[in-house]
Design a protein around this ligand. Structure first.
Ligand SMILES: Cc1ncc(COP(=O)(O)O)c(C=O)c1O
Length: 359
């Protein structure tokens, strides 16, 4: 059966060569007579997997030894709590920039654990633009500043990296590995794996080592970055299969030529889709053009009564998971690294024909 054109926001498409390799290795991994899922995380074979995955990720992002790379469980949502617990006490203040649903959730979770302050928000404009840094009302005494460079639901992306006098924390769940990144401009980066990294169940944290001792005394052991760093992400059982698969994804990216190469491809895919949307009166995207995501592209039809027909006919063409997030409606095409350009071409062709028939 032909593989679908999968535009899911997450868990999202994975590279076909990675899946094929995992399939080929599944029953008898490295001649051990069992799968990678069935060996101890402390075995020499699995230790080699996690070390290779970390080395590959460090090469892709040029991550220096000033940073610990952690392979954790719990999803990006768990990091909404882990960030305050690892960086500040309950009476401390932390600044949050609210540019969409995910950064708003991070603020709300942060508010349970410290004094979380929204220093800027574009909610009044339905999160259609990135608040300029000149408008941010930064606190004098914040322990960190949190933001979400790519809002998966709204399709909003920061075209610049904030410059703040406190540790900068970024939820990069839907944009890490989409292109080159200067990690040195950040203090903490976290990302759920299920978009550009691997299967759900794995969460990456890249944290400046100098911050590892700031955790509060009652930070649960399972959320402590320090403990994870001291134990090579093995303070408890890590998500072994997801780490193995992420390692294969990193290897695949290196084979393609690294993050500059994938960024060129990502830009080309996004440009095609935005060009189609912008040239039509039938489709529209609400985001300020300079702040548009190249990973998640929401769009609406001029007549919302056609939404279900659009989705049903798309599905008949094997174009799947185009329904927008339940909180915003409309459509959304997530075009992560593993979504081939041919899938974007197929989507554009379908959208053009649909407009001709119903526009
Ligand atoms: C930007 C962003 N942050 C956080 C989350 C929550 O991730 P998880 O479901 O892994 O907790 C998501 C999920 O899609 C996301 O896109």
């Amino acid at each position: 059966m032909a593989r679908a054109h999968n535009f899911c926001a997450g868990p999202a498409a994975l590279p076909e060569p990675v899946l094929a390799r995992a399939q080929a290795e599944l029953l008898d991994w490295r001649g051990l007579g069992c799968s990678v899922m069935e060996v101890s995380h402390r075995s020499a074979e699995f230790m080699a997997v996690i070390e290779a995955a970390e080395a590959s990720l460090r090469r892709l992002l040029s991550i220096s030894d000033d940073y610990a790379v952690l392979f954790l469980q719990g999803g990006a949502s768990q990091q909404f709590s882990a960030v305050p617990l690892n960086l500040a006490s309950a009476t401390d203040t932390a600044d949050y920039v609210v540019s969409g649903q995910w950064s708003k959730k991070a603020l709300s979770e942060g508010g349970r654990l410290l004094q979380a302050k929204a220093v800027a928000s574009s909610e009044a404009a339905s999160f259609s633009y990135v608040p300029a840094q000149t408008t941010w009302q930064l606190s004098d005494n914040a322990r960190y500043c949190h933001y979400c460079p790519n809002e998966t639901i709204g399709g909003l992306a920061f075209p610049w990296i904030p410059s703040v006098p406190v540790p900068l924390v970024a939820d990069m769940s839907s944009v890490l590995l989409a292109g080159p990144l200067d990690v040195n401009q950040f203090d903490v980066i976290y990302a759920g794996a299920q978009k550009n990294i691997g299967p759900a169940g794995l969460t990456l944290v890249i944290v400046r080592r100098s911050l590892l001792s700031q955790l509060r005394a009652d930070c649960p052991a399972s959320l402590s970055w320090q403990l994870a760093a001291e134990n090579q992400s093995m303070a408890n059982t890590p998500p072994t299969f997801a780490i193995y698969l992420a390692g294969l994804v990193f290897e695949w990216l290196e084979g393609l030529g690294g993050l500059s190469a994938i960024e060129t491809l990502n830009q080309r895919k996004a440009t095609k889709l935005y060009a189609l949307i912008d040239s039509s009166d039938f489709y529209s995207n609400p985001i300020e053009p300079s702040d548009r995501s190249i990973m998640n592209i929401p769009f609406t039809l001029a007549d919302p009564a056609l939404d279900n027909r659009f989705l049903a006919e798309a599905e008949q063409q094997n174009l799947l998971n185009l329904k927008g997030h339940r909180s915003v409606g409309g459509m959304r095409a997530s075009i992560y690294n593993a979504v081939p350009e041919s899938s974007v071409d197929a989507l554009c062709a379908f959208m053009t024909t649909f407009e001709q028939r119903y526009g």
